[in-house]
Design a binder for this molecule. Structure first.
Ligand SMILES: O=C(CO)[C@H](O)[C@H](O)COP(=O)(O)O
Length: 171
């Protein structure tokens, strides 16, 4: 499950009880807005000052509940903020749209690449606006987990879109 929520810890046990085998939460609830770090453009709020202990405790809590751990960042969050947690999680999610809507943001690909350059075997997920037209960018940056919603839901032939995503990704 992908939990873009303000209090990720409180939903861990309920999701485990419901049968989730992976719990992906976001780093932002553990950050201060308007501190350090800088957004993806000059109009974005700076995000930084991670509460490392609280985030690590959430990771431990997910593990204790028997689930894989994913840690996500929204577009305005600098990628370096997740580096301290990578060894403790199974997957890093790089959001490629703002708040799960909008167009695919190619300028998130350097985040993916910087993770792949450092962590050869890490599962790196991209989510938001992924289509057959941009999946090659995701692949070449190093993403190996792809989330695509609209491209499938709005297609009269979702299976063909999945096949096209796979084919472009593999090429
Ligand atoms: O809801 C989401 C995250 O939990 C996704 O962002 C969504 O499913 C992706 O959809 P789209 O491809 O339409 O951006």
């Amino acid at each position: 499950v992908h939990m873009m929520v303000s209090k990720p810890r409180q939903w861990v046990q309920p999701m485990a009880s419901a049968g989730a085998n992976q719990y992906t939460f976001h780093l932002e609830p553990f950050c201060q807005i308007g501190s350090t770090g800088g957004g993806s453009d000059s109009s974005s709020p700076a995000i930084g000052n991670v509460d490392t202990e609280a985030c690590s405790e959430c990771i431990r809590h997910i593990r204790e509940n028997g689930m894989r751990v994913g840690l996500g960042i929204s577009p305005d969050t600098p990628v370096h903020l997740v580096f301290p947690f990578v060894e403790s999680v199974d997957q890093i999610l790089v959001m490629t749209v703002h708040q799960a809507s909008g167009s695919f943001m190619s300028d998130m690909m350097p985040k993916v690449k910087s993770l792949r350059d450092r962590y050869a075997t890490l599962d790196i997920e991209v989510d938001g606006g992924v289509t057959p037209d941009n999946v090659a960018q995701c692949a070449s940056a190093g993403a190996n987990v792809l989330v695509s919603g609209t491209a499938l839901i709005k297609s009269p032939d979702p299976a063909a879109v999945v096949a096209r995503l796979k084919s472009v990704y593999k090429s």
